[in-house]
Design a protein around this ligand. Structure first.
Ligand code: GSH
Length: 264
């Protein structure tokens, strides 16, 4: 009898402990840390904002980069995470670095996997990868090239823009086909892949101009649908979203240069 009682007490323990934890913990404590720019973090910010999840949008200011103090912050793993680079996500006691891993983690934490197969989840990961590796990194590179060589000739800037255009001409028809006539890429609500593609194409529009999606009606409708989601629209209208794509102090001038060169 005693054995039976202690077994049942033992079995009861986890559920009581879980219930207690659920009652006392309430909302998770979430911090997303990045620089004060869109860069690699904006798709993640959109996903959190869209889900109305409370989180601290901790942005390391441009001042820390200009003064060199970033290197002190970088040396502290509680700030720069396990890889010493940003973005970093803290979810309660768990800390994770690397954009795509953060995106994958949030895909599960925010319930995006609901109703989707393992294959769909792989596709969301592929969209996240395309957004960051193929589109955003390339956009940031154009800004870097033009920004770090101040006396670049107009023709060289034109070439950088042109090679970005050529790469995008390879990517956009594929994305158009993948979104097809659907509201979102994978289901009737956006998942991490949608948030990251939305941001990547938005960053691309800043570099190549608003008309870059003109030949792609499916993507154009997708972009509008994302921008009109109530929590995203509210977030953009609030002015809380970082103004710039990079941490470059002269980004406004760099963009002006890029926009003023004649297109090849
Ligand atoms: N593979 C990493 C790259 C992260 C990365 O390079 N982050 C940059 C900002 S976009 C950074 O932290 N730069 C500062 C440094 O390297 O010290 C990821 O995808 O998260």
């Amino acid at each position: 009898k005693m054995l039976a009682r202690s077994v049942s007490r033992l079995l009861a323990r986890p559920s009581t402990a879980l219930a207690r934890r659920a009652l006392s913990s309430g909302a998770p404590n979430i911090t997303l840390r990045y620089f004060d720019s869109r860069g690699r973090a904006q798709g993640i910010r959109y996903a959190l904002k869209d889900a109305e999840v409370e989180f601290k949008d901790d942005r390391v200011s441009l001042q820390h980069i200009i003064s060199g103090n970033w290197f002190n912050l970088k040396a502290d793993p509680s700030i720069s995470g396990p890889f010493g680079v940003l973005p970093v996500l803290h979810w309660d006691d768990f800390t994770i670095g690397q954009t795509e891993a953060i995106s994958g983690y949030l895909y599960h934490k925010l319930g995006h996997a609901e109703g989707l197969s393992l294959e769909d989840s792989a596709m969301s990961g592929a969209l996240v990868s395309c957004a960051h590796q193929d589109v955003i990194v390339m956009c940031l590179q154009v800004l870097n090239v033009v920004g770090t060589a101040p006396d670049l000739k107009e023709e060289q800037i034109g070439q950088a823009v042109q090679s970005c255009t050529v790469r995008m001409n390879g990517i956009l028809p594929r994305l158009e086909k993948l979104v097809g006539g659907k509201d979102y890429f994978l289901k009737d609500a956006p998942v991490m892949g949608d948030f990251c593609i939305y941001d990547a194409l938005d960053q691309c529009k800043v570099i190549l101009g608003d008309n870059v999606l003109d030949a792609y009606p499916g993507l154009k409708a997708f972009m509008e649908r994302m921008a009109n989601r109530p929590n995203i629209a509210k977030y953009i209208a609030s002015g809380e979203r970082p103004l710039f794509l990079t941490g470059a102090p002269q980004e406004a001038q760099i963009l002006q240069k890029i926009q003023s060169v004649p297109r090849l």
